[in-house]
Design a binder for this molecule. Structure first.
Ligand SMILES: *[C@@H]1O[C@H](CO)[C@@H](O)[C@H](O)[C@H]1NC(C)=O
Ligand SMILES: *[C@@H]1O[C@H](CO)[C@@H](O)[C@H](O)[C@H]1NC(C)=O
Ligand SMILES: *[C@@H]1O[C@H](CO)[C@@H](O)[C@H](O)[C@H]1NC(C)=O
Ligand SMILES: *[C@@H]1O[C@H](CO)[C@@H](O)[C@H](O)[C@H]1NC(C)=O
Length: 481
């Protein structure tokens, strides 16, 4: 760094030398003066050139050597931070240790194939030629990928004294889903309580009383906000209601839009985990130029008895009746297609609009699949995206999405609403959607292309902004989180 700076300064100096020299030369020629100053200036010019080349030689050969001989090493130290991030080395019971019993990590399904490859899942070869960048990634696994990314992140620091942010790599979502059927509340909450005790026993916590700490969770906030007072208990634990957690930032794929002031939406992980910005650009171009014979598509299952999801029945009925809609009913015979990343992306990349109706909760991984496929999302609730992903999505919802109020009249005429949008506008929206892809992607944890900013980089930058503005002046205690 320093020698390069020096060479730039000397480059400037030599230019300063050259300009007056040439002017003088002209002058002197016209006046035909004595030869002495001419030689003096020429040798000065020569000298500054020699000096310049010497400095260039001293500076650049070194960096080119490091570049070619030890590329990874050279790149890994490339942090354009702050923030510098300290990653807690937690006891294994809070993260990797949980994976040993991956068969029982979810009460619904065997998670072993899904936790493979640090949470990317098994590789999928059917989508594009760059086979090592596509995975059958599980929808609730972002916390593992986040952890893997952070371990290799260029801005990771081992020195807590210079860290701006402290990341607690707790696999809270995986643990929660293993305890949904645990009737004993104390048992269900035990690990979250131990985590908070552990963190508060660290001196690093007390420097800012946790305000520079954050969690990243791959399940929705509802799974960690058990409300003992009301309603049926579906198996949630108490993690996000613990006192210490109020001082942290919590990244989650779905925040509680009303009570989640310290919760921030991060993207669900989709299937594309590229290493390089070239791989990303190639994919973006492919989606830009994809043929889209279907006006709209819905991939999903009906839900019984859930008021949030009532719109799904309307959608399925309308889609079924329209020749312009491609319906994949995940409850029916096509059900298998819903879990095949290649099929999901193919169908979405052949559609102009992708309907994103609330399901078991407001948000869906499908929103991120559709953006990845360049398919313009159609939302029916503001909480499916607009109140969730402030760090990631454009402020103007209409620039990249369509909103049809789930309680309004328009919901009965989806096809008509979509047909009314002018072609030019659709084209603009598609371009906006395609441009969002990199930020919403979790790149491969072993990627060394640090020029391409992904979902994790966006989150770190936003966290830094939040934390430095609150810890900032005098490190005061009267912070409103
Ligand atoms: C490159 O850097 C790595 C990590 O520091 C080191 O282990 C390796 O020996 C280096 N390779 C060369 C060719 O210098
Ligand atoms: C990243 O590279 C390391 C070292 O080559 C390898 O062991 C690991 O499996 C890779 N990670 C992933 C997610 O493929
Ligand atoms: C619940 O679990 C705790 C801790 O394991 C135990 O002390 C308690 O007796 C259990 N409660 C019931 C009702 O079984
Ligand atoms: C959270 O922050 C407040 C205000 O700085 C502080 O008084 C409190 O002790 C902190 N809580 C914990 C559990 O550290």
């Amino acid at each position: 760094m320093f020698p390069c700076l020096f060479s730039m300064i000397s480059k400037k100096q030599s230019t300063i030398h050259i300009i007056p020299l040439i002017e003088r030369e002209k002058n002197s020629k016209s006046k035909k003066p004595i030869i002495k100053p001419y030689i003096l200036y020429n040798s000065l010019l020569l000298l500054s050139f020699i000096l310049w080349f010497l400095i260039l030689f001293l500076c650049f050969p070194k960096s080119t050597l490091t570049n070619s001989d030890n590329q990874t090493n050279n790149l890994v130290t490339t942090c354009d931070g702050p923030p510098y991030v300290y990653v807690y080395d937690l006891p294994p019971e809070f993260n990797l240790g949980l994976l040993e019993d991956c068969r029982h990590l979810s009460v619904y399904t065997d998670m072993c194939p899904h936790v493979a490859n640090r949470g990317l899942g098994r590789q999928v070869s059917t989508i594009s030629t760059a086979a090592n960048t596509w995975f059958a990634t599980h929808q609730f696994i972002a916390e593992m990928i986040f952890h893997a990314r952070m371990e290799n992140h260029p801005c990771r620091t081992r020195d807590p004294n210079i860290a701006d942010l402290f990341y607690i790599p707790f696999y809270g979502g995986l643990h929660a889903s293993s305890k949904f059927r645990e009737p004993n509340i104390t048992e269900r909450d035990a690990l979250a309580v131990r985590l908070v005790d552990y963190i508060q026993s660290q001196p690093t916590w007390w420097k800012n009383k946790g305000r520079d700490h954050f969690l990243a969770l791959g399940r929705t906030a509802w799974d960690f906000m058990r409300n003992n007072a009301n309603g049926p208990d579906f198996g949630a634990n108490c993690l996000l209601t613990l006192n210490a957690v109020q001082n942290m930032s919590v990244l989650t794929v779905e925040r509680n839009p009303w009570a989640g002031l310290n919760q921030f939406g991060i993207p669900y992980a989709s299937y594309f985990h590229p290493y390089t910005s070239d791989e990303m650009k190639t994919w973006q171009n492919k989606m830009r130029h994809s043929d889209r014979p279907h006006l709209f598509t819905f991939i999903g299952a009906p839900r019984k008895g859930l008021e949030k999801a009532a719109i799904r029945n309307d959608i399925i009925q309308q889609c079924d009746m329209s020749s312009k809609c491609k319906l994949v009913n995940c409850r029916g015979e096509q059900g298998k297609e819903c879990y095949d990343p290649g099929q999901v992306l193919r169908i979405m990349s052949e559609s102009e609009f992708c309907l994103q109706a609330p399901g078991d909760s407001f948000t869906r991984r499908s929103t991120f699949d559709s953006i990845l496929a360049g398919c313009i999302p159609v939302f029916f609730s503001p909480h499916t995206a607009y109140t969730q992903y402030f760090w990631y999505l454009p402020e103007k919802a209409r620039d990249y999405s369509v909103y049809i109020d789930e309680k309004g009249e328009e919901r009965k005429r989806i096809e008509e609403v979509l047909l009314k949008i002018p072609r030019e506008k659709v084209k603009k929206m598609r371009e906006r959607v395609v441009k969002l892809i990199p930020k919403l992607t979790y790149k491969h944890p072993n990627s060394t292309d640090f020029h391409f900013k992904d979902a994790v980089d966006v989150a770190l930058a936003a966290l830094y902004k939040r934390v430095s503005s609150s810890v900032g002046v005098g490190g005061g205690d009267d912070l409103s989180l």
